[in-house]
Design a protein around this ligand. Structure first.
Ligand SMILES: [Zn+2]
Length: 118
């Protein structure tokens, strides 16, 4: 069992807690006049934004199917769009794409007491 710990320094209170969307920048582009254009898109969330957000301290893990080795951070990149804090459930191998690639992972659960530890 590999326990993936919450980085205490990363814990932050979300100003937009309870919202059901986030607004993210699109890749900027130049219009016909050569002006840089920055557009934004709304992403609707499966669950409302929680009161706190945090990150996990990455560890090196090995896929049980293809035996690729990668950082646990890479799992988050494959979380479903809009489900931005679902690292706990995203266990898709970035190399072979198998779901539940790393059964031995255990993600530490967040509790508000961690804030006082920080
Ligand atoms: Zn794999």
């Amino acid at each position: 069992m590999i326990e993936i710990k919450i980085d205490r320094d990363s814990i932050a209170r979300n100003k937009n807690a309870g919202d059901r969307h986030i607004i993210v920048p699109r890749r900027p582009y130049l219009d016909e006049a050569g002006n840089r254009v920055q557009e934004y898109k709304w992403i609707w969330l499966i669950q409302p934004i929680p009161e706190f957000s945090y990150r996990y301290i990455p560890v090196t893990i090995t896929c049980q199917y293809c035996e690729a080795t990668f950082s646990s951070d890479a799992l988050e990149d494959y979380a479903e769009e809009g489900d931005w804090y679902s690292a706990e459930t995203a266990r898709i191998c970035p190399k072979c794409g198998n779901w539940e690639c790393c059964d031995e992972l255990s993600f530490e659960s967040f509790s508000e007491e961690m804030i006082h530890d920080a």
